[in-house]
Design a binder for this molecule. Structure first.
Ligand code: CA
Length: 209
């Protein structure tokens, strides 16, 4: 284990393809969430915090382009579309609707992983972040989600990594307790007084929520 990888939401109605995607992503140390319908995908978006969505355009309950629009209303998360060969119009429509990239079925694992890495890099660039962060002997690879202190890999839980990522992306700035709760726990309704979730990295001052 060299660190925490991205959480990727797989939206695909065909179980064999879903299993293949899951196996490929897990083999590359990613965490996966799965949805077989558009409704499940939107529910997963509301309740989890995927770093990327891998989206099959041909779903049973909603048009792929419409689903991209619905996801975009919720999040700027990178969306990589899975489309069938020759379906150029659908690809163009998906990109116009807000998808970041597409992979044509059947796809090779290497191409898929390369496109996911590119989409994750792009997300970080949009956030104004560098791909890597170094301070003293701390080194964080924001694309591969690897943390090192000197020569040693640092093992972090997903939440611990997410907190560190926020601190690194906003290095030099004061982050409020509320910001961390919103970005890491996706809690928009949290009140300062009820927030007892502190990590060893967060020391929010009283009243700064
Ligand atoms: Ca399908």
């Amino acid at each position: 284990m060299t660190g925490d990888a991205a959480t990727i939401l797989i939206v695909e109605d065909e179980p064999p393809i879903r299993r293949l995607l899951r196996a490929t992503l897990v083999a590359h140390d990613h965490r996966t969430l799965e949805a077989a319908t558009g409704a499940e995908a939107l529910s997963a978006m509301r309740h989890h915090r995927p770093d990327l969505v891998l989206l099959d355009l041909g779903l049973p309950d909603i048009d792929g382009q419409a689903l991209i629009g619905r996801i975009r209303e919720l999040s700027p998360v990178p969306i990589v579309v899975l489309s069938s060969r020759g379906d150029e119009a659908a690809k163009v429509a998906a990109l116009d609707a807000g998808a970041d990239d597409y992979v044509t079925k059947p796809f090779g694992a290497d191409e898929l992983m390369a496109r996911l890495r590119a989409a994750l890099r792009h997300r970080l660039a949009q956030q104004g972040a560098e791909r890597t962060f170094a301070s003293g002997d701390l080194n964080v690879d924001l694309v591969r989600r690897l943390v090192r202190r000197g020569p040693e890999d640092v093992r972090l839980s997903p939440k611990e990594y997410d907190i560190l990522e926020q601190l690194v992306i906003h290095a030099g700035k004061v982050l409020t307790h509320k910001h961390l709760l919103r970005e890491v726990w996706r809690d928009e309704s949290v009140e300062c007084a009820s927030s007892a979730r502190r990590s060893r990295w967060t020391h929010p001052r009283r009243g700064t929520c």
